[in-house]
Structures are given as C-alpha cells and as structure tokens.
Design a protein around this ligand. Sequence first.
Ligand code: S3P
Length: 450
Amino acid sequence: MTHAADLPQPLSLAAFGPLTGDVTVPGDKSISHRSLMLGALAVGETRVTGLLEGEDVLATAAAMRAMGAQIERSETGEWRIHGVGVGGLLQPAGALDMGNSGTSTRLLMGLVASHPITATFVGDASLSGRPMGRVITPLGMMGATITATPGAGKQTLPLTITGACPAIPLTYTLPVASAQVKSAILLAGLNTPGDTTVIEPIATRDHSERMLAGFGATLSVTESPQGRIITVRGEAELKPQTIQVPGDPSSAAFPMVAALIVPGSDIIIRNVGINPTRAGLITVLQAMGGRIDLLNQRTVGGEPVADLHVRHSALTGIEVPPEGAPSMIDEYPILFVAASQAQGRTIMRGLEELRVKESDRIAVMAHGLAACGVACEELADGLIVHGRGGDPVPGGATIATHLDHRIAMSFAVLGLNAAQPVIVDDARPIQTSFPTFAAMMSGLGATARH
Ligand code: S3P
C-alpha cells in the first residue's frame, strides 16, 4: 500500500490582501545541529529550548543517539542531552541516515574522524549527489580512513569513515568558503592531541566558534592578512550548557520577502538571529529599498537577536556585492524572488557554491523564474534578474523542487504576487527546515492550497 507521506504534496500560496501579523519562526538550524552535537560530547545534562524540530536536525539527534548520547524531548518542548564526553562516542550499530542534511553529514564526519569507530553515512538522492571531497581531504590528513562513492568527478555518499585515534592535528586553509568544512575540522580537533587550526580567507558563519567557547573548549580566533585563524585545543572537556536557540534568519527570509512584495503588508517577525555572519540578506534588501526595521536588539544564548518589522516596499534592483555571499548563502533563492519584484536589474555573482546545495540553486531558480514569466540570465557564478517593478509576475507554472526546501518555499512566496498560481510540485522537503511554513504563511493572511 502506498502511504500518503510517500506521495508528492503540491503547494501554492496566494494573497488576496495584505499580509499582517506577528509571528515567530522555528529555531536556527545551524545552532540546533551544533547544540545536539556539542551536548552529546559534554559530560552532564545540556538543556535546549527552541530547538528546530525539522527532519535535518532530527537526523542529527538520531545519529548522536546511535553513537551513545541520551537525547529526550520533554512535553514542554525542552530537549535534554546526556553526553558521552569527548572521546566517548560509540560505534553505531547501523548506517547513519542523514536524509537531506549536508550539515549533519559533514559535521558528524568530523566527529567520527577522531574517534576509534567506524560509521557509514547514507542519505536521500539530493544529499547523495553532493560533494564530500571537501571534508574527506582534511579529515584524511588528520588520519581518518574514508571510502566514498565515486560519482561524476566527485566523492559522494554512501561513504564509510573510520576514525583515527589519536588523530593528527592539522593546520588547514579552507579552499572554499564553507562553515561546514571549518566545523568538521574543528569538531575533529576536539579529540585530537594538540592544536587544530583552520584558516578561513573569507569569513563564514561562526556558530561553531561561539558555541565551542560557550561549552568550555579552549579556542582562539585571530584576524590576519590570510583571513580568520581559528585554533581549538584538543582533548577538550566540554561542560553542559543551557541553550536558547534563536529564530532562524534563513527561515525568517521567507515571510520577510513575502511582506516586502505583497502590497499593503506590515508584519513583525520576532526573535530572529542577526549574527553578522548570517544577516547579509537584511542589508541587501534594505539597500534595494526594503523597509525592514530591527527592533528590540538583544543577545540570546550568545547570539545577537532582533524583532524584524517588515513593510511592503517598492524595491529597486542593485548589484549585490559578491563578498557578502557567505553571510547570506542560503538566502539567494528568496533574494532572486525579491529581485523579480524590483524595478530594474539585480545582478548577483560569486555564487558558485549555490550549484552544490540541496539542488543546483542557480539552474533550478533560473528555470523556474523563466517558467513564471520573469526574465533572467543564468551566469556560471550567478544570476541577473530583470525585475517587473512590483507588478505581479505572470506565474501559471508548476515548479519542480528537486528535494530542495528553499526552492519550494521561494516559489511558494513568488505565488503571493503572481497573476496565475505558482504551484510547487512537492512541499515535503520543507519539513527539513521549516515544518510550520505553510501554517505560518496562512496565519499572516496568505491562502495555502495543498
Ligand atoms: C551551514 C553552512 C552552509 C549552509 C548550510 C548550513 C552550517 O553550508 O549553506 O545550510 O550550519 O554550517 P556550507 O558550509 O556548505 O557553505
């Protein structure tokens, strides 16, 4: 018998008036993964509130349980993690199913790399096409043995990794701007004798650094002409923490752009992380004329947070500075949607990394925007979008989401200012990062058709 969850679930959103209201978005995905991983390596009980309960994070929780941590969710939604201590991870009995989650895969590979265990990682079709060589190379230099599946010039899942114990400390300059690669090496460094150093020529999200320091690891970060130099002292002892996970700016991006493009809208999104290594989209949308005000700025759990007041705005196309790409790397699909509503051209470059996300986000967005009547030019490293000056896009297309949550949510938002419905062929991938997306958009006044 075919189960309902096995069938594609189409979704379209429409707006028959302004979006209004006051909402919160689920917890930050990057911080949620790291809370579970570091909690699982601390000795004692770590408590986490606001954890994102999306499929990606649940895959991390299942993997940490399989390697010995006790992880429970209380009825109030608080998560309690009893860790095994750095060096204490156990050999998992079966393969670790990472689902769609690149972050789970790459960071957990780092953890396994310096433990005396063997783990096999498997994932869905999207994850199984993504490059793992970027973590295999440095973790191999630290002594781990990794056998991956060769595919189209890259190493992919399924893969098996046997950790080295003791692992060899490493100093490594990142060849791609990737917080996942940085974090994999730092996490491997936790159970490695001596100092492990990552040099990042271009700054990427710094949640690992903030949280490692918060859990009591000895960590230094210095700026140099080569970039940021991050060193973690090995054989660390992590102390359990109480963590409040702030709202995910990458999820807030969807209601934010929705309010900017639907005439008359006026919304508040509460408790959104505005860490400068993540908040690039807000700056870019403001430069395009977006009325986004940051209210009640404060610090929650070591991260800067604000309430965002967003109003419908006349947007103007700009040339988006490529050097800001890492601070908004997951937000380009929804920025392309905002650009389709702007007056004039928006030029976005320096985005090679978008081609190796959950889908090739440049190609998939260019194709889908064209199908909705938006003129755009696909470049090897970006996209030029010719905006329609705020007029509804023609729409009337069904978009293939390619197992990519952010493609699904971006086109659902585009449908809010389209003459004909924009139908997302399968909304199930949204469960990976933003399970309450459709309900939240309905709460703001959008009409969701499933
Ligand atoms: C993430 C880093 C980014 C981002 C991903 C989450 C993280 O990936 O796209 O969604 O939590 O470290 P890259 O490191 O591949 O840029």
